[in-house]
Ligand binder design. Sequence first.
Ligand SMILES: Cc1cc2nc3c(=O)[nH]c(=O)nc-3n(C[C@H](O)[C@H](O)[C@H](O)COP(=O)(O)O)c2cc1C
Length: 210
Amino acid sequence: MTSLLHVDSSASPIENSVSRQLTALYAERWPGRYVHRDLARDPVPLIGPAYVTLGTRVEREGAGVLPADAGEEREWALTEPLIAELRAADVVLLGVPMYNFGVPTSLKAWIDRISFPSAYDDAAGQSVLRDTTVIAVLTRGGAYGPGTPRAGCDFQEPYLRAHFGKLGVTDLRFVCAEMTRADDIPGLAEFREMKLKSLAAAREQLIAMR
Ligand SMILES: Cc1cc2nc3c(=O)[nH]c(=O)nc-3n(C[C@H](O)[C@H](O)[C@H](O)COP(=O)(O)O)c2cc1C
């Protein structure tokens, strides 16, 4: 049975969120095990100093190090279930709005926890995530393609590419809906057609991947 971990991070409810609507389109009628994590509704606590001391000991001494005090126990209790959830997934579906050229803070807090040292090493030193498919559904109010004035300002896709690559994910796919604010911002009115085309293409891509 194929297992889907669906992670949303838009601060907006589904009626107003393009990324939530797109991830829901992919996830609807998922035939296997399904876990939905809503990082805006249930935020992951920011990492604290005990997370760092525990992680540093693991880096020095290797996996198998145990929490040494109540602070480290607490951090591990907040972290381990998220890692287990990710390890158990065959497909990870991420809804990722662009906020201030990057990813939402709620998603970054999750990324900091799931990236605990050695969390995905198997006995042969390879990443257990090498067979995991990660689909990142990106939404942006503007456009960042080659030749656009803000082409150099996309810190959303390159960041996710670098991060999941470092975790050992090899099947990383991006679906992107741009110009989502074209109906709301008068200065973007000329891009309404582009918004519709981008959204339609994103929907088609996701339906084809199901
Ligand atoms: C806090 C905040 C920051 C944003 N920053 C950017 C930005 O830097 N670049 C951009 O193109 N759009 C930006 N937007 C617009 C969103 O990317 C856009 O509305 C997107 O559709 C949000 O995803 P959602 O529809 O799933 O909520 C921002 C929106 C918010 C609420």
